[in-house]
Design a binder for this molecule. Sequence first.
Ligand code: ATP
Ligand code: MG
Length: 184
Amino acid sequence: MSAPEREHESPAERLFFALWPDDALRRQLTQCRDALAARAGGRPVSAENLHLTLAFLGRTDGRQRACVEAMADALHCPPFALLLNRSGYWPRPRVLWIGPAVMPEALIRLAAALRSGAEGCGLKLDASPYRAHITLLRKLARPAQAAACPPLNWPVDRFVLVRSRTLPEGVEYEVVREWGLGRG
Ligand code: ATP
Ligand code: MG
């Protein structure tokens, strides 16, 4: 079987592009999450799952995955600073999140480039507007302000492709590829 055929045959995976915190930021996010959970209740997102989605691809077969990886290889986006200084509450899923009060232009461009690149690979992405956020708590008992969290500065110099699997014990994310920003 040729490589393209093999790629086509491989089973579909649920994939998304994301910004992936390093260990130090992950610790700060976890502290913020726990301070909020003490006030608001809810189900905490596990420390290893904390992330900021750039583009959700959904079910992706092997050929589409090869296409989006080649698309990401060819992207040229600069590194940028992301200030996580606002929180929000979405009542329908009852999630509490933190994110930037102001979206950096480079983040908007990166997310848009990944989105349109993925669409060029035949994937159909959700039409709703992009809202950068890190979900900290789900199924909140009561809405809460995120005043317990100091603003966090995230120097973003890479993005990742993540495989998401739903297991009986909860969702599991695995980083399958990583790209640096500002190469070349
Ligand atoms: P679960 O759905 O099992 O509760 P999850 O939402 O964490 O877990 P996924 O559904 O795989 O896991 O989603 C991975 C990431 O992509 C999450 O950040 C999620 O908010 C985001 N996401 C999921 N579906 C969409 C969508 N249709 N549009 C935009 N982002 C999405
Ligand atoms: Mg989901």
